[in-house]
Design a protein around this ligand. Structure first.
Ligand code: PMP
Length: 400
């Protein structure tokens, strides 16, 4: 196991003078007052139930609410098909645990969610990547990858995808490709893990149906309330075919007996409160404003040649700086300059990749912090580029 770059940053982020564009936090002030009400209501309703142990698969009342929530995205499911987890992160860990012996193959996008790589690495999975473009995974590249694995006499345990507003790239797998990806995997008996934390955080464009809404065969679907509600509640869930669900419950009970009944019931109370649609509207409005502010600041303060793809939702901007900037090397200087980000290498299974890219979070910092943080980061990028170019010139002139 290795420390992720994001965990390493946590100590630094406690310094108040550092503006963090690094984390994946949401602006919980939008729902904090609601949670306070739900805490009171939960304890008043049945404090013994909330403060005791619960069952491994999670509280039935919450699972019913989660089924309703998924139905908004066209997913049909029954409460007994769900396992509640401590965030989607625990679901990733449990899946790696039940599927992977050391060396077993998992296929991911590149870049991909750093926490998934951490979970897969901790069971010594062999992570292979599949090529993507601006529309997500390229179906032909997936066929090639699976055939190459077949030619080794092996089979991938699953394809891990974040199909909508991918973390970190912000890319959404095109609707037209989704059915094709499903049938490619089905023909070759490869499961798909669909990790879908961000779909509800869409501020532009038309919704794209989750893969799990197209079929219930061969898809393990992961949900979480972290990005629309609160990461601190640690409420996630898995919707999986029965044989996998059974194993997940056993693995879950071995890990922690059950997720906190208290936060599960607070979450159920909130989901049943009738406030979710309005709160989601607010979340979308606030994050869109912050995304726009970050895009404007990128234009204003960053060196020419900096590129990004404005995401239609989610929490992150994936920014690529002009060569020869190395975002990992630049990180320490950015921290000295009072701003934190995560360099692109953290999101690649092969840490030599992603050196020119960085992930910037716009959901947590205020508009003022986005402006100031981007100003600082742009200045550091300019200095870095000037320095790197002057070094190049000296080398070319034979001075160094
Ligand atoms: N999957 C993805 C793609 C994520 O971005 C995150 C959070 N950053 C998670 C899973 C884990 O979220 P949580 O454990 O808070 O549900």
């Amino acid at each position: 196991m290795t420390r992720s770059e994001i965990r390493e940053l946590f100590a630094v982020l406690e310094r108040p003078e550092v503006i963090s564009l690094a984390g994946g936090n949401t602006d919980t002030s939008i729902v904090a007052h609601r949670i306070e009400e739900c805490v009171h209501a939960t304890l008043a309703r049945n404090s013994a139930e909330a403060l005791g142990y619960g069952i491994g698969e999670g509280h039935a009342r919450l699972r019913e609410r989660l089924v309703e929530l998924m139905s908004l995205e066209g997913i049909t499911a029954q409460p007994h098909q769900l396992v509640v987890t401590d965030g989607a992160q625990q679901a990733l860990e449990l899946l790696a645990k039940i599927f992977c012996e050391p060396g077993d193959l998992i296929i991911t996008e590149a870049p991909t969610y750093v926490g998934a790589l951490g979970a897969f690495d901790s069971f010594q999975a062999d992570v292979r990547t599949v090529a993507t473009d601006g529309e997500g995974v390229i179906p032909e590249a997936l066929v090639e990858r699976l055939e190459a694995i077949g030619a080794e006499g092996r089979r991938a345990k699953f394809l891990y995808l974040v199909p909508t507003f991918q973390n970190p790239s912000g890319i959404t797998l095109a609707a037209e490709r989704r059915g094709e990806i499903i049938s490619i995997c089905r023909q070759r008996n490869v499961l798909i893990v669909e990790d879908n934390p961000y779909a509800q955080v869409r501020f532009e464009g038309d919704p794209v149906a989750p893969l799990r809404s197209l079929t219930d065969d061969g898809i393990i679907y992961l949900g979480t309330l972290s990005k629309v509600f609160s990461p601190g509640m640690r409420v996630g869930w898995v919707l999986a075919p029965e044989t996998i669900r059974e194993r997940l419950v056993l693995a879950k009970e071995a890990a922690d007996l059950c997720s906190s009944p208290f936060t599960q019931l607070v979450a159920a109370e909130y989901l049943g409160s009738g406030h979710v649609p309005d709160d989601l509207e607010m979340v979308r409005k606030v994050y869109k404003e912050r995304r726009d502010a970050m895009l404007d600041a990128l234009d204003a303060y960053f060196p020419a040649g900096t590129t990004t793809r404005p995401p239609e939702g989610g929490l992150f901007l994936w920014v690529t700086l002009p060569a020869p900037i190395d975002t990992k090397a630049m990180r320490a200087r950015a921290l000295e300059g009072g701003v934190a980000y995560v360099s692109g290498t953290a999101f690649h299974p092969d840490k030599r990749d992603g050196r020119r890219s960085m992930r910037l979070n716009f959901s947590y910092p205020s508009l003022a912090d986005i402006e100031e943080g981007m100003h600082r980061l742009g200045a550091v990028a300019h200095e870095e580029l000037d320095f790197a170019r002057s070094l190049d010139d000296s080398i070319n002139d034979g001075k160094a």
